[in-house]
Design a protein around this ligand. Sequence first.
Ligand code: SF4
Length: 341
Amino acid sequence: MGKCMEGSVQKLMAVGNLEREEFAEFLRFRNIETTEYLYEKACEIRRRVKKDRIQVWGRIPISSFCKYDCKMCGIRRDNRFAKRYRMEMGLIMECCREFAGKGVRSFLLESGDDAYYTQQRVEEIVKTIQEEYPDSRIILSLGEKTAEAYKSWFDAGVSSYILRHGSANEIHFRRLFPSNMSLLLRKQCLWQLKEIGYKAGTGFLVGIPYQSIDNVLEDMQFMKSFEASIVDVGAFVPARHTEFERERSGNGDMALYLMAVFRLMLPQAEIIASPTLDCVLKEGRTKAFLAGADVVVVDLAEAAVMESYNVYERKNGRFALPLDNLEEMITQIESMGLSVW
Ligand code: SF4
């Protein structure tokens, strides 16, 4: 039995933050009593702010090329075992249709940092999707681009952009990312996105090598001061043919705990339950709804494509990760007293 840190939860609800020492304790001495109370409050806030509605985002991984060589990533530039592909318009539209056929109208277009997707090409993709699905929401996660490109895609109708900062601590960042990557540049991109008017999302991976509680706190404070509109906090899952392939996966329960804390820190934010959670925790995404998440990312794209898009290793985690059965997932969400939109 642990002591419920009720006071800290209430303070988080009231002021959206904690003093450094108290926050460190709150993360370090996580226990069942505090977790249950925290989740209860996170769900209470989601009910109040989001009316308990869960959004489903269909993920379309449009390219597995990347100019960077990040240490944790299966599609990093120098991984000669990674299968490379780029989706042409026809396949992207097929994926949209597959999702739309199941009632999903939010499309998350993801890729490595691939120069092939120029301002013009992405604009074309966005316009084509919107012609066929004028009521759709398009979320992009295509890496670091110019302010001009971001602006043109926003003007074309894209509302949201996700760019994980990775680690807000320069020293930790250096241990994870290659020397030609810059934390400052990623932060600049994020501020540009926000200034343009995007719902800008960012995040990090829980349990990534060399991560300390201090690092996590720094990440959370950065996301709070940035007022992230989308919180993308996943659990680290080792990918094959990377420097970290023999490392342990991140702790799924800790990832959920942080999601619940974010619900208290940034009540309006869209908090994502991504498929990686299911690699480290049985029914991880479903459990994330109990911790206040309000977005679920689903994979339906053809198995061949998903296999190539090994940013993380779908089968290397504790649980094999089949492609999603959307009907089953919606039934599960509704059985929890939540609604899907
Ligand atoms: S983490 Fe992102 S930027 Fe780094 S190699 Fe992977 S896709 Fe590229």
